[in-house]
Design a protein around this ligand. Structure first.
Ligand code: CAA
Length: 387
């Protein structure tokens, strides 16, 4: 087995590392404090090809593989998790699903401007009463009598980039009585009447990644904006999440790495009881455990990315590998951030260092794109074949 990276992968990793250290890291604290959306940095990410890494070049993307996407996300997340959330959702939850399930016209209209970073995309699945139970949605799309358009009414919540996105991949039901089998996917322009943004949510972490509720008030959608067939939406939503969860795994690896590297540096420098604290066995044990989990999380993430491409080639699913990577990497991010605060002591609790931000940012990776409980459910169902 060869773990070396090919030329394209090394190139995007190096470009992302430069971008992250020069543009993102110096501004991360300021964006965390203000909660302002980092629009200029996101535009630059678009110019570098980071907003549509796996999107084919004819639709404005970089045409690279899923491992390249993970390498880029890890670098960005190590500098600032909020930036990596915006970039990951744009790539995996928005662009990739439309490339996979869209018509040629839909790809040209809805992918090209988003993959180039000229506009931002978002994903509308969650509702106030349905997070984990995603198939149980109430937002309704009703076909007009003449069959030319749908009228959408309802509410979506926790929409990443909702306050700034130009387009949304929306999931709504055409018949609530059918449960997941009524769910249908649509592409919509947020600048049309009937798309009403709620307030930007104040959050514990990833504060510069803007999140809001969206209400649909008689929003009219041409039938040509339906993605796939009526009733195919839940399968599309889940397939897209099988990709998105790999992005969150890569983000978690980036946060874990930042926490780990800060801890190693601090353990080398900080003195107590006449010694450098890194020579104490209790600190050594923490460093060793962080390192093992970090390496394992990265390898699981790369494996999931590799599987994603193979699954696409073979027409199979990469559900288990994505959930394994997302579960393990997100718990690793939380573990490493927790240990990093402990190693830093009072300094870990202070806003003078970014360690407390890693701790706040890590938590979301165990929640969004499927909680750790949902990942365990998915993995166990896949392994046992039982429900
Ligand atoms: N790929 C393709 N099809 C899939 C699938 C997958 N990964 N998972 C399920 N399906 C299909 C099933 O095969 C089934 O189809 P059939 O009826 O034809 O057999 C259908 O979908 C229904 O599946 P289930 O019966 O398993 O559905 P369920 O209601 O039991 O729910 C679940 C399954 C795994 C719990 C799912 O609801 C789930 O993943 N919940 C979590 C949702 C989630 O991750 N939300 C995050 C929102 S995105 C976000 O976080 C915002 C952001 O911006 C970052």
């Amino acid at each position: 087995m060869d773990f070396s990276l090919n030329d394209d992968q090394q190139m995007i990793q190096a470009a992302a590392r430069d971008f992250a250290s020069q543009e993102i890291a110096p501004t991360a604290r300021q964006f965390d404090e203000s909660g302002e959306f980092p629009l200029a940095n996101i535009r630059k990410a678009g110019e570098l090809g980071f907003m549509g890494v796996e999107v084919p070049e004819q639709y404005g993307g970089a045409g690279l593989d899923p491992v390249s996407f993970c390498l880029m996300i890890e670098e960005v997340a190590a500098a600032d998790a909020a930036h990596s959330t915006i970039i990951s959702v744009n790539n995996s939850l928005y662009c990739n699903g439309i490339v996979q399930f869209g018509t040629e016209a839909q790809r040209q209209q809805f992918v090209r401007p988003i993959a180039t970073g000229a506009e931002i995309g978002c994903y509308g699945l969650t509702e106030p009463q349905s997070g984990s139970d995603a198939g149980n949605m109430r937002t309704r799309a009703t076909l007009s009598a003449d069959g030319s358009h749908y009228v959408v009414n309802g509410k979506k919540s926790w929409i990443t980039s909702g306050p700034v996105a130009r387009y949304m991949l929306l999931f709504a039901t055409v018949d609530p009585a059918r449960g997941p089998k009524g769910v249908t996917a649509f592409l919509l322009d947020t600048q049309q009447p009937g798309y009403v943004r709620g307030r930007t949510e104040p959050k514990l972490g990833i504060r510069a990644s803007a999140t809001c509720e969206v209400e649909f008030a008689n929003y009219r959608l041409p039938v040509a904006n339906r993605l796939g067939e009526e009733g195919q939406g839940f399968q599309i939503a889940m397939t897209v999440l099988d990709a998105g969860r790999i992005g969150i795994a890569a983000q978690a690896v980036g946060i874990a790495r930042a926490a780990y590297e800060a801890s190693v540096q601090y353990a080398r420098e900080r003195k107590a009881f006449g010694s450098t604290i890194g020579s104490f066995q209790m600190i050594q044990a923490k460093i060793a455990d962080m390192k093992c989990r970090l390496d394992a999380a990265r390898l699981l993430t790369w494996r999931a990315a590799w599987h994603k491409r193979e699954a696409a080639r073979q027409g199979t699913r990469n559900t288990t590998e994505a959930s394994v990577a997302k579960l393990f990497a997100s718990e690793t991010a939380m573990y490493c951030a927790h240990q990093a605060v402990q190693i830093h002591g009072g300094m870990g609790y202070s806003q003078e260092l970014p360690v407390e931000r890693y701790f706040r940012d890590a938590k979301i990776t165990e929640i969004y794109e499927g909680t750790s409980e949902i990942q365990r459910l998915v993995i166990a169902r896949q392994e046992t074949g039982l429900r």
